[in-house]
Design a protein around this ligand. Sequence first.
Ligand SMILES: Cc1cc2nc3c(=O)[nH]c(=O)nc-3n(C[C@H](O)[C@H](O)[C@H](O)COP(=O)(O)OP(=O)(O)OC[C@H]3O[C@@H](n4cnc5c(N)ncnc54)[C@H](O)[C@@H]3O)c2cc1C
Length: 407
Amino acid sequence: MKYDVIIAGGGASGMTAAITAARRGCSVLVLERMDRPGKKILATGNGRCNLTNSYLDQDCYRGEKPGFPYSMLEVFGAAETLDFFQSMGMLTTDLGGYYYPASMQASTVVDTLTGKMRQLGVHIKTGTEVKKIQKIKDTFHVTCGTEKYQGRNVILAAGGMAQEKLGSNGSGYALAKAVGHTVTDVFPALVALESEEKFFQHLAGVRNVSALSVYVNGQKTAEQTGEVQFAKYGISGIPVFQVSRYAIDALRKKKKVEVILNLMPEQFTLKELMDYFRKVGYYKTAEEFLQGFLNKKLAFTVLSRLKIRPEKSAADLTQKELRQIRSMIQKFPVPVSGYKGFDMAQVTAGGVSVREVIEGTLESKIHRGLYFAGELLDVDGTCGGYNLQWAFTSGYIAGNQIEAENQ
Ligand SMILES: Cc1cc2nc3c(=O)[nH]c(=O)nc-3n(C[C@H](O)[C@H](O)[C@H](O)COP(=O)(O)OP(=O)(O)OC[C@H]3O[C@@H](n4cnc5c(N)ncnc54)[C@H](O)[C@@H]3O)c2cc1C
């Protein structure tokens, strides 16, 4: 049998492409290397699956051509995604612009997509890793071990390299390269940053709402505010994930990266607060005085970085020391030496170069009938539903290009 389309990868983008093409009357084969489709979706949003977001601006996506996804998001964006799921009998919940399945269970998203594929007669082969794609005349020959399949079109939707245990192992890049496509530098994104500073040993476990700025060679390149999580190795948490791409990109180019944390971003009158607290707390030690407004471990670290004895009397702190404390609280420097790997990352930065892919159809500029979808492409979104949204958008766009042969 020659399928109208063979889809390599049964993740969010591959399943969306399969449903879209099958709804157009196409014969569809999905090849998935894991024992079931959509394994990664199950892990998203802490098991709740943050599938899209109503907010969108030019900073939501990154890549060699950060503007690439936007014309396609206009065709199939958040509203269309919600309609798509509703058309399959799944309701969503809006939590301040962040959308989840109404069940608040990622498994509902997987069940909805797999159920629809089955109802539409999509052939799904699990435990089947695509090893080779070859185009001979007008036919794609897809090899998976000893099995071979033929298709008039192929959609490569094999994902990136983040968290191999959930399916995507980078084999999509090799498949793309083998048919002549360029793959840009790939590296983990939405991931924690490492620092060699000794004080992190003491700070492990602390969570603190902070404003965070990334400086590359002394130049501010990104900023975010949110709950920063301190760990033995460095810093983590959503605001760190959001800026990690900029820090990692710079580290890979051997540039100096420093994160500056404002540990009390809401406090615009810190001087007045400290003057008052020192007056009413004249009998306290310096450490106790700082604990009045700062996490205990952070208070200790601020003092020890300034070489001020924690047991020193608050009343004896000099004006210079008070200035230094204020500055350390509002500009807490973290030299960044590294970053966590793909096993901890939520997404892959880089991928199949979008310069070789037609914007608006996602067809290869090299081979007619070959399409790309999802994280495999050099498009990565910020936290908040943007990566799944890109998977749904690109899956829909690619699937919607496929014509059924017998129509
Ligand atoms: C822990 C975690 C939490 C996340 N949370 C969110 C979130 O809440 N919101 C959000 O928007 N994004 C989130 N993401 C990111 C999001 O899950 C991915 O960007 C998205 O799933 C990518 O979809 P995809 O279809 O491109 O790739 P994948 O979902 O990775 O699917 C690719 C599929 O292809 C299969 N495959 C790979 N190679 C082959 C091959 N050679 N042959 C056959 N099959 C192959 C894989 O097994 C996999 O099933 C999260 C990611 C992680 C890791």
